[in-house]
Write a protein that binds this ligand. Structure first.
Ligand code: ADP
Ligand code: MG
Length: 1046
């Protein structure tokens, strides 16, 4: 599972949920499991409170606790189920406070800081021997191996990084009283990462291998693992070839501690692991042969014994070992034998070979064994480095892992402890410089208000050890190189002389009474920053000289073993110049290390050992308190509490977090400090959470930063989406603009086309209009070019309009559309045609009865039109056949006239000729006569032959006067009648009689015959109302209202 993959796997919500759960869980469990960051400790100055917390957690199997970003680890001495790959996954990409403290969290944070800030880092793992440093470094390495991005090539590198460990441990680790797998060398390992976070290579530096272990082990301790592994696990063939027996007890160098077998170590299976690992880190067949040849030859060398010959000089006791030695190293046995029993002395001009005493021979043998093993170890490291080397060194970042021996205090401390403790002093100094001092100096430089934390600066001790000319190292070297009888005791004296007054240096001689009791005569005591250590000066000169007699080196140069050849190159410093002493070499390699670390950002893992018995569940307060002190944990905590957890240059801080504030995103134009101020104000930082320095922002609590970082992570995703959207938008916009451009082009073309068409249309229209106007102006001229069209138009227009406005009936024929002048004649003709057509249509549509009706109406019209005033009123009402049906007539009367063929009957009012009394009568026209009936009586019959005529007035009355020829006096005279259907009745009569001028329309008065010879008059006049009366003059006066006024 890689970092990236995990981010995808866990959603933000899930993560928040998990964080909350964890935080709450840790809060509620605080009483039981203590706090997970010492920074949160109330009594942060109390060592006891510190210890209590550590103990509480230890007993709950919580071996890790933070001091800010420093990790304190207590060795559990038992397997805890907290290092599985699943566990690793939970720590990937998670901030410190989110999960219980863990070495994985530290590793992950280092990695992420490196990835985001592109700097180099190192993790300093320190602690006493057996406190768990090596385990911690392995856990870190394993974490990177599992969680970093991987490819096939990277996997290869990763495998090499991982297996380099068992190889180095086999050759450099041993079982000691303190630790069954104690690293007997200091190790600094670079893991190199490419810019994607893939591990691409590594490099290992080793420091001060404890070579003395090759030839001597304290009681209860072992030699380096590899010897036992070879003897126990080596294949039969191999052992035979190396001349070895499968029995550790057989070898002097393996039995001095009297514990070749350790229950916790399985040499056989470790052997297999190492063999496999060697092939992974590119050890060829010959390499391994030479390598094991050397290991075997060391064992053989150890078994060489000397005895004194007659002169007291050393001579070889057994020849068998020499045979194998010669075989394996490829050096003649005599040469080897000689070199082990003699030494070359430079006399004035020549070299003299002088025999050695037994003691000296043993010393020479051991020296050779140590030298061979030590140099082979260095070769091994170099070989592993070749295999880890990163081919492409461009753009890489480094995480260094420093697993170096912790402070060592034994009952008897010798040169090795001196070197180791000196190393720890140097690392403490580095820690002070990188953390404490630099922290305080930085606050000062940045002008941040800050209460200085008192801390002990161990520079004074470093100086005591390494100062030129006056330092212990200088004095030691001086004594080593001095001609004459220099011994360890002369060294002690010299030290007493030179640095006697130093507050951190005491010897038996210099000490006060009380202290003296605790010191031997050959002891000196240093007051290290971590505590007092008493060193026994015996062996210091020898160990520092590490002299391999020169001829021993020369002999080794003849070896046929390629590794030995490599380790003893012919270009060894010339004989005049003394080789560098061990302590000087160590000093310069430490200086190199300090330089390497000085350019990197430090992270710390402080390992604590809970008890000396390697027992689980035991927490030795005194032991732990001591370690807490010399690991500088309290000081570190004090600085953490007083100071700020995080600081960054304004530019860097702003660069990273500027997306979190609209004012600073995407670009801040002003000063970075101002930008940061606006940014943190926007983020809602409280005044006590941060300080603004001269060039940096200081954030007091990690949680403030974590919150900001989390916000940034969320924002980053949003930003990515926004950028994506922007880009998409940009592309779409591009497309859109292209399309728009195209659309505009098309539109332009289209518009142009349309405009041209429009123009053409207008031109055409203009022509038309012009012609129209011209035509209009010339409309009355004879048809010609100018007006032909117009006139045609006028014609057509008129005709069209006419068509739509033709009169529907003849009656409306006067609504004929008036024609334009040129159409007058045509119109007239058309009108005539049309009216005729209408008439025809009308006539054709008329029935026989209607025709008869109309003929009657025509007759009426002929008689009365324009003559009698109320004629027009009668036009509309149709004529009936009769106004009195046959059945309405008196039967008797009817019988009398029936034979005459009754044609028409109408009710009338008859005015008496004398007196003008009105009487209702029926007037019936037959074929022959007109009868005036009164019920059954025929009052008067007028034969048509005797009918002279009928007079009516020209006014609106309905009076008619029927004139008859009257020769007989007895016969009745003319009739004065009033008839409501005057026109109908008279028309019928006229039709029956068919006599011209039957009806006369008269004006004024009508004279009538009352009886022959006696005349009467009817006067017609118009009046306001219709009246009929007898006037004083004896005339019947009929007044009628004018129809016009009606
Ligand atoms: N985290 C751990 N979990 C379990 N056992 C551990 C752990 N750390 C150390 N140990 C035990 O302690 C022993 C010593 O640890 P090591 O790392 O070799 O000490 P150092 O390197 O500090 O001398 C290991 O062999 C192992 O048995
Ligand atoms: Mg170790």
């Amino acid at each position: 599972m890689t970092h990236v993959a995990l981010e995808v796997k866990e959603s933000l919500e899930e993560r928040c949920d998990r964080i909350l759960r964890n935080m709450e869980a840790s809060l509620t469990a605080r009483d039981r499991v203590g706090i997970q960051d010492f920074v949160l400790l109330d009594a942060y100055t109390s060592e006891t409170a510190f210890l209590d917390n550590l103990r509480k957690r230890f007993h709950e199997n919580l071996i890790y606790t933070y001091i800010g970003t420093l990790l304190v680890s207590v060795n559990p001495y038992k397997e805890l189920d907290i290092y599985s790959e699943k566990q690793m996954d939970t720590y990937v990409g998670v901030n410190f406070f989110e999960l219980p403290p863990h070495i994985h969290a530290l590793a992950d944070n280092v990695f992420r800081t490196m990835m985001s800030e592109f700097g180099d880092h190192f993790i300093l793992i320190s602690g006493e021997s057996g406190a768990g440093k090596t385990e911690a470094s392995k856990k870190i390495l394993h974490f990177y191996a599992v969680s970093c991005p991987s490819t096939k090539i990277l996997d290869n590198v990763r495998d090499r990084l991982l297996v380099s460990n068992p190889v180095l441990e086999a050759f450099g680790n041993a079982q000691t009283l303190k630790n069954d797998n104690s690293s007997r060398f200091g190790k600094y390992m670079d893991i190199q990462f490419d810019h994607q976070g893939g591990a691409v290579g590594g490099h290992i530096l080793s420091y001060l291998l404890e070579k003395s272990r090759v030839v001597h082990q304290n009681h209860g301790e072992r030699n380096f693992h590899i010897f036992y592994q070879l003897v126990e696990g080596g294949e039969e063939d191999l052992l035979r070839w190396l001349g070895l027996e499968r029995n550790c007890q057989h070898y002097n160098y393996l039995v001095q501690g009297n514990c070749a077998k350790v229950s916790s170590i399985n040499d056989k299976s470790d052997w297999k692991t190492v063999r496999k690992a060697l092939s992974v880190v590119d050890f060829g067949e010959s390499d391994t042969e030479y390598l094991f040849g050397i290991i075997a030859s060391v064992l053989h060398l150890g078994n060489i014994e000397f005895e004194a010959d007659a002169r007291g000089y050393a001579s070889l006791r057994n020849g068998q070992e020499m045979h194998w030695l010669s075989e394996l190293l490829g050096i003649p046995a005599e040469v080897l034998q000689h070199v082990l029993t003699h030494r070359k002395i430079e006399a004035k001009t020549e070299e003299v070979s002088s025999p050695l005493s037994v003691d000296h021979a043993v010393y020479a043998r051991d020296a050779l064994a140590k030298a061979v093993y030590g140099r082979t170890f260095n070769w091994l490291v170099g070989k592993i480095n070749q295999s880890l080397a990163n081919a492409d060194s461009s753009r890489m970042n480094v995480i260094g892992l420093l697993d170096i021996y912790g402070f060592e205090v034994f009952n008897i401390n010798s040169f090795e402890q001196f070197c180791i403790n000196y190393c720890n002093e140097k690392l403490q100094q580095l820690f002070i410089q990188l953390t404490l001092k630099s922290e305080q100096e930085e606050y000062e430089a940045e002008g941040i208000e800050w209460e200085p934390v008192p801390y002990f600066n161990n520079k004074i001790i470093c100086d005591l050890v390494e100062e030129k000319h006056r330092g212990i190292i200088s004095l030691l070297d001086e004594e080593c190189l001095r001609p004459g009888e220099a011994t360890d005791l002369t060294l002690l004296e010299k030290m007493e002389e030179t640095i006697g007054g130093h507050p951190h240096f005491v010897t038996h001689k210099l000490a006060d009474q009380k202290t003296r009791k605790t010191l031997q005569r050959g002891d000196f005591r240093l007051l290290h920053y971590a505590g007092e250590v008493t060193y026994c000066v015996v062996g210091f000169l020898d160990k520092n000289n590490d002299l391999l007699y020169r001829n021993g080196k020369e002999v080794m140069q003849q070896s046929k073993n390629a590794i030995i050849q490599h380790c003893f190159p012919p270009s060894e410093p010339d004989r005049k110049k003394r080789p560098e002493t061990v302590v000087t070499q160590f000093k310069s390699s430490l200086a190199g290390l300090t330089q390497i670390l000085g350019t990197k950002e430090p992270w710390y893992v402080r390992c604590v050992k809970p008890n000396e018995a390697k027992e689980p569940g035991r927490f030795d307060d005194v032991l732990v308190r001591h370690q807490v002190k010399y690991l500088g944990l309290m000081e570190h905590l004090r600085v953490r509490r007083a100071g700020f957890a995080y600081r960054r240059k304004y530019e860097i801080f702003l660069q990273r977090y500027k997306p979190l504030c609209p004012d600073t995103w995407p670009n801040w134009k002003g000063a970075a400090a101002e930008g940061v101020r606006i940014l943190v104000e926007h983020l809602g930082y409280k005044a006590d959470e941060y300080e603004m320095g001269r060039t940096k922002i200081f954030i007091r609590h990690p949680r403030t930063l974590f919150a900001t970082e989390d916000a940034f992570q969320v924002c980053k995703h949003k930003l990515a989406t926004r950028l994506q959207a922007k880009y998409k938008g940009y592309r779409v916009k591009g497309d859109y603009q292209k399309q728009k451009g195209a659309a505009t082009k098309i539109e332009n073309c289209w518009r142009g086309l349309m405009a041209r068409k429009e123009r053409e249309k207008r031109e055409w229209a203009l022509g038309i209009i012009k012609r129209f106007i011209k035509g209009f102006m010339a409309r009355s001229e004879p048809t010609g070019a100018d007006n032909r069209e117009y006139l045609a138009y006028v014609r057509q227009n008129y005709l069209t309009r006419l068509k739509q406005n033709l009169p529907q009936t003849l009656v409306r024929s006067d609504s004929w559309l008036s024609p334009p002048p040129i159409m007058k004649e045509a119109s007239r003709l058309l009108k005539r045609l049309f009216l005729r057509h209408l008439a025809r249509k009308y006539v054709r549509g008329i029935s026989e009865e209607r025709k008869a009706q109309l003929l009657l109406k025509v007759r009426t019209s002929c008689m009365f039109k324009g003559k009698k005033e109320n004629y027009p009123l009668s036009v509309r009402s149709p004529f009936l056949d009769t106004r009195i049906d046959i059945q309405d007539m008196n039967m008797k009367a009817l019988q009398m006239i029936q034979h005459e063929n009754v044609k028409y009957g109408v009710p009338v009012v008859k005015y008496d000729r004398n007196g003008f009394r009105p009487r209702p009568r029926q007037l019936v026209f037959t074929r022959d006569a007109a009868h005036l009936l009164d019920e059954a009586k025929i009052k008067q019959t007028i034969r048509y032959g005797s009918l002279k005529g009928v007079s009516v007035s020209d006014l609106s009355d309905n009076f008619l006067i029927v004139h008859v020829t009257c020769g007989d006096i007895k016969r009745k005279g003319d009739l004065v009648l009033q008839c409501d259907f005057l026109f109908e009745a008279l028309t019928k009569l006229s039709a029956i009689v068919d006599k011209r001028d039957l009806i006369r329309v008269v004006r004024g008065s009508v004279r009538f015959d009352i009886q022959p010879g006696r005349e009467g008059f009817v006067d017609f006049r118009s009046g306001h109302e219709a009246l009929v009366y007898r006037a004083k003059n004896g005339h019947l006066t009929v007044e009628s209202t004018s129809t016009e006024s009606r």
